[in-house]
Design a protein around this ligand. Sequence first.
Ligand code: GLN
Length: 505
Amino acid sequence: MSQDLTRKTASELAQLLATKEVSAVEVTKAHLDRIASVGDSVHSFLHHNNESALATAKQVDELRAAGEPLAELAGVPIAVKDNLTTTDAPTTAGSKMLEGWLPPYDATVVAKLRKAMLPILGKTNLDEFAMGSSTEFSAFGPSRNPWDLERIPGGSGGGSSSVVASFQAPLAIGSDTGGSIRFPAAVTGTVGIKPTYGAVSRYGLIALASSLDQIGPVTRNVLDAALLQDLIAGHDPHDSTSLPESLGSMADAARAGLQPGSLKGIKVGIIKQLTGAGFQAGVTTRFEESLKLMVEAGAELVEVDCPSFEYAIDAYYLILPAEASSNLAKFDSVRFGARTMPEGNPTIERVMAATREAGFGPEVKRRIILGTYALSSGSYDKFYGAALKVRTLIQRDFDAAFAKADVLVSPTAPTTAFKFGDKVADPLAMYLNDVATIPANLAGIPGISVPIGLAPEDNLPVGIQFLAPARQDAKLYHVGAALEGILENLWGKRMIDFANELKGI
Ligand code: GLN
């Protein structure tokens, strides 16, 4: 039974809990057992919270026994990316700079999880300050892809993707600035969504690039992601960028998508610039197969042209470092975390310099230097200003594309999971993984990655990405759930069942 519980989706667990077929303590213990058996080989967690997770589970059971009303996901365990503040566990953002730092407050998303009584199992690994695509830039060592332990689980949120893919938790929270939820989801066969900018409060998220960052769910199916977004979304007076209005029920949208005929008349725009050359053959095979299945189910395909996407990576890698260099200025040896004393006279400047030299890793330093340069008076217009213009052009490309289509589609990532070491020494090669995910962040629109099977050449997961206009996240859940349902019928099993045959563990 214990083993079975870790194979269930969150909605299935919620059902079993509601009908008292299992207790929250049993569910949490099953996941803690799984963590104990595979945790070391996958290395998804930076911190474990076993005791407080069990205490929450116990409380859920007591309240249920007393007939108290509970949130739908109460008692369903979850893991949280370690760039969200938690008062009962250190929050490091994958950096030596914050090693051992215990925040004085909970992030709004964490507070919502606590209020709904989801046992929080621990904090998941990430590239330092969420900069990267592989977790190889984590100061605490990489996480591994459960499909093949020699390969990356995606990044920056490789802890959250691997935790869900390896059945250590049915749910996880990620953050996505340029793809850090969707790319890891694609390469681990999980579902990841970046909601509309502002749909989920970022209060308590350690900021990377404030005009791009968004928090979202990582799960094993679309309905679970919808249930989790419904739980964490909503206006927050602590975050002035959070949207005032509700975007509706994502769970309703996902359930509607699972009904037969739900794709009839839906216009799906294939982004010309994000298909074909540059995409691994098996990724394209699975992508085209999914499109065909959607057409058979009544969807209509149109091609859309987004010429400015060609410059998306260039614009992103100016805007992101510019904002990051400013956001990371607060790590100054005085207010947070680490302090390194220099040799010789410890003036404030020399203490700051020694701390930042020792506390930050190579990718963070690279981006601080790049961002500071892009914002310097001689380069501001030439680099940062030009990048902002490209950002506007990308937004206009999206507007034109959405005039022709309800949702847009592309593969989530150009390749399946690559091997450790393949790209870490070549920043440009690493940055290219984000080619399909970055435009959504630059425009503030929502995007989802849904698994569409395994690439024939390497048997590794492939993801499809759907994009919708801002505030229309429900469309992604509708279309994503519809395709997921069609694929499950075709395979005669769920993606989760392929994952049961994981090679590595
Ligand atoms: N891989 C991207 C980067 O390195 C995405 C980061 C993110 O979304 N946090 O910037």
